[in-house]
Design a protein around this ligand. Structure first.
Ligand SMILES: [Ca+2]
Ligand SMILES: [Ca+2]
Length: 400
């Protein structure tokens, strides 16, 4: 059941053009078009990186740890327990073996469409502060927006609770619609800065608007203020902006050298892995190796167009849902590689990083939409199935 033969896996990759699947999906501006095998892919380009081979679940041994209701993100505590978010607003504290759980917070979220409780990350000083950072979508004047908040994980007599929850930052402006919130968090390796993604909310042009924080990577202090010295503040941008021209950024992670990597969903084609550099413009919606769902072309990334081109891109899309850069010992051959959870592609995807360059690695069929990828304290790779509006499993991957 969990391992699919190669022939069964191929249609999954071909259908990934649709960028969709059951449940809420982050790829589409309009209802997706199902592309049948053999349809020419849009926007062919000589710069295409070669397609990764889709293989079955090898070389992994798989252990199902637990089930959740539409899980979105997870992170490990120092003691190997886990915090897991569910779309409807629950944050759960789960034992390492998955056998016991308790709700530590129920966040008042707007969970329509792609909205809900999203990322969860520990403060760099969690051992002392017990602080937990998280993102969610909420209604506001004028529409909806993504919110960054934090609280303290307090435990007494076997009961854990997230206390003193405070809102730190909200995306502006609030706009209508239920899509492209993004909301991924990554602390800088020195712990001084909190990087956060805010998606274009399916409104396209805010990604190029200096005053909007939509379609941006933000750099904040741990208290949620725009970080001093952000690269575009003097040019009239919102002072929180670190980079811009992004679409739907569902993965953000630093590598061991301190490079910041981001992945985002393209439109019809053109999912991207980007190396995030301060002040740079990544092109959306003016440049993309994909095209609009209604068939209109978007100029591909080209040298000299003024936009940062992706280091790796996919056409057909993989619909990247989560990003982890591996540093463990169980898979020494992949230390330093990026792992991406694929939604429409129902895959785990490896991207090999080498300094500031990247190349496609394997794409393993997982038989389910993968929302989140984490490295465990044991060096195993943990994946969370999206589950759409139903159950998603937490699966531990170890060497076969
Ligand atoms: Ca995570
Ligand atoms: Ca294009």
């Amino acid at each position: 059941m969990m391992k699919m033969p190669l022939l069964a896996a191929l249609p999954v990759a071909l259908l990934a053009c649709s960028g969709n699947g059951p449940g809420p999906d982050e790829t589409g501006n309009t209802p997706p078009v199902t592309v049948t095998p053999g349809t020419p892919s849009p926007s062919p380009s000589a710069s295409a990186t070669p397609p990764a081979t889709v293989v079955d679940g090898q070389p992994f041994g798989r252990t199902v740890i637990a089930d959740f209701d539409a899980p979105w993100a997870m992170t490990f505590l120092p003691d190997r327990r886990m915090l897991v978010t569910e779309k409807d607003g629950r944050m759960l504290l789960v034992t390492a073996d998955g056998q016991a759980r308790q709700t530590v917070a129920t966040v008042a979220v707007d969970s329509a469409g792609q909205g809900g409780l999203m990322d969860v990350v520990l403060a760099p000083d969690f051992a002392q502060s017990r602080r937990v950072y998280f993102t969610y979508s909420a209604a506001a004047d004028g529409g909806k927006r993504v919110v960054l908040a934090r609280g303290r994980l307090q435990e007494a007599n076997g009961t854990a609770q997230l206390t003193g929850i405070e809102t730190l930052w909200t995306a502006t402006p609030a706009v209508t619609g239920d899509g492209h919130y993004s909301g991924r968090i990554a602390f800088s390796p020195d712990g001084q800065y909190l990087f956060l993604t805010a998606g274009d909310r399916q409104k396209f042009t805010p990604a190029q608007d200096p005053k909007a924080t939509l379609g941006k990577v933000l750099r904040l202090t741990p208290d949620g203020q725009p970080a001093p010295g952000n690269p575009l503040a003097a040019q009239g941008f919102d002072p929180a902006v670190w980079s811009y021209g992004h679409r739907n950024l569902l993965g953000l992670a630093f590598d061991a050298s301190g490079n910041l990597w981001e992945q985002e969903m393209g439109p019809k084609g053109g999912d991207e892995v980007n190396l995030i550099l301060p002040g740079r413009n990544y092109g959306w919606p003016n440049a993309s190796n994909g095209s609009h769902y209604d068939g209109r072309d978007i100029p591909d990334h080209r040298a000299g167009d003024g936009y940062e081109a992706p280091k790796v891109w996919w056409n057909p899309v993989i619909s990247p849902g989560g990003l982890m850069i591996y540093s463990g010992s169980l898979f020494p051959q992949w230390r330093g590689a990026a792992f991406i959870g694929g939604l429409s592609s129902k895959a785990l995807i490896r991207v090999d990083l080498n300094g500031t360059s990247a190349a496609k690695g394997d794409q393993w069929d997982m038989g389910a939409r993968i929302r989140e990828v984490e490295q465990g304290p044991d060096g195993a790779i943990y994946v969370l199935e999206d589950g759409g509006d139903s159950q998603g499993r937490l699966i531990k991957l170890t060497p076969a």
